[in-house]
Ligand binder design. Structure first.
Ligand code: PFF
Length: 340
């Protein structure tokens, strides 16, 4: 409502040749695709493991509601109102010469810098689809050695990074509707189906399900440190794709009549649910094999493959496909910030 009233002043200056999402559902899938990524499936489970489980999860949920959600609404509002990329949006919505423009540039710079490491990790996920199809075998040292070999080899890392970037570029070149929206409509539902299957497997076909639920949802505040709280706050920004212009950019392709508060709530709930489901799926396996959850960043690429050697490709292939799909829908949003 406020938007409709407030838009009158700038309406005449809006550029008219910008893409828009075809439907509200398409927008939600694309924005949720940006939010759901390596942050949900790689980072959230490993930091939850490192910071002791339940209490950390609770603080993280608080950060999403209190800080993340309002910021997401704000970014959508800025984008939708200005109908511009992040730099143009801050230029348009402030008086001439205002230093606020710098915030837009900072967003573009952060998006670029994040994509430069994000694409390397996403490349590892791609490489691990291949390794899963072949199957993990040998001793734990040998299986973990495969990761050390991949990370230690600039040639291999650059190769997989390039494949990942080529996929993202191929999608972004298609434009908003025929590129980003269309692929989000394919990748996001597939991701959800794979994740639900993995969670059902973890909960009902391993002996670690109950322990995983207890670990994630029974808070033990004695394990909570100031560092954990800071990490939960930082992760709320990262996982909701905030502070780097991605949601401003996606918001700029919204139609004026969209209900952005309702959409932001839907996207935040989806993102949080997917992180929690991924945590349950992963920790069920970890506890089933009697391991500790605090393995750090190597949880997915070093610890899980050792367990996958027992479960076989039927679990590992869907897992790394899931990780790759999540990374692609986020990678395209990071690229779109710079492209726009
Ligand atoms: N939200 C993504 C994730 O959780 O993996 C990462 C991300 C994407 C951060 C897009 C920032 C962004 F602009």
């Amino acid at each position: 409502m406020a938007n409709e009233m407030g838009d009158k002043g700038i309406k005449g200056r809006l550029s008219t040749n910008r893409g828009t999402w075809t439907t509200r559902f398409g927008f939600i899938l694309a924005a949720a695709g940006s939010a759901v990524g390596l942050g949900n499936i790689w980072k959230f489970p490993y930091i939850t493991g490192v910071y002791g489980g339940g209490a950390f999860v609770l603080v993280y949920l608080g950060c999403v509601v209190i800080v993340g959600l309002p910021l997401m609404i704000a970014e959508f509002m800025i984008g939708r109102r200005a109908q511009e990329n992040p730099v143009g949006a801050f230029q348009r919505l402030h008086r001439d010469g205002s230093p606020w423009q710098l915030v837009g540039w900072l967003g573009v710079a952060s998006g670029f810098i994040i994509l430069s490491f994000y694409s390397v990790i996403a490349g590892w996920a791609l490489a691990y689809i291949g390794k899963s199809i072949i199957g993990f075998a040998g001793t734990a040292e040998q299986i973990q050695g495969q990761f050390i070999d991949l990370v230690g080899s600039p040639g291999k890392s650059v190769f997989w990074h390039t494949v990942f970037m080529a996929l993202c570029i191929g999608i972004v070149i298609g434009g908003i509707q025929r590129g980003i929206e269309r692929w989000s409509r394919i990748l996001m539902p597939s991701l959800l189906v794979i994740l639900l299957a993995l969670m059902v497997y973890g909960l009902f076909y391993t002996h670690g399900g109950m322990q995983a639920l207890n670990f994630m949802f029974k808070p033990d505040f004695s394990k909570l440190s100031a560092e954990a709280v800071l990490s939960a706050l930082g992760h709320a920004f990262f996982t909701l794709s905030l502070g780097m212009g991605a949601m401003i950019t996606y918001g700029s392709y919204m139609r004026r009549e969209a209900n952005l508060v309702r959409d932001a709530v839907t996207i935040s709930v989806l993102d949080t649910l997917i992180a929690l489901l991924a945590g349950v799926a992963i920790f069920s396996l970890v506890f089933h094999f009697g391991l500790e959850p605090d393995k750090g960043p190597g949880l997915i690429f070093m610890t899980l493959p050792v367990l996958f050697a027992q479960t076989g490709p039927i679990v590992s292939v869907p897992f790394f496909v899931l990780l790759t799909f999540a990374a692609i829908t986020s990678g395209i949003s990071l690229l779109e910030v710079v492209v726009s």
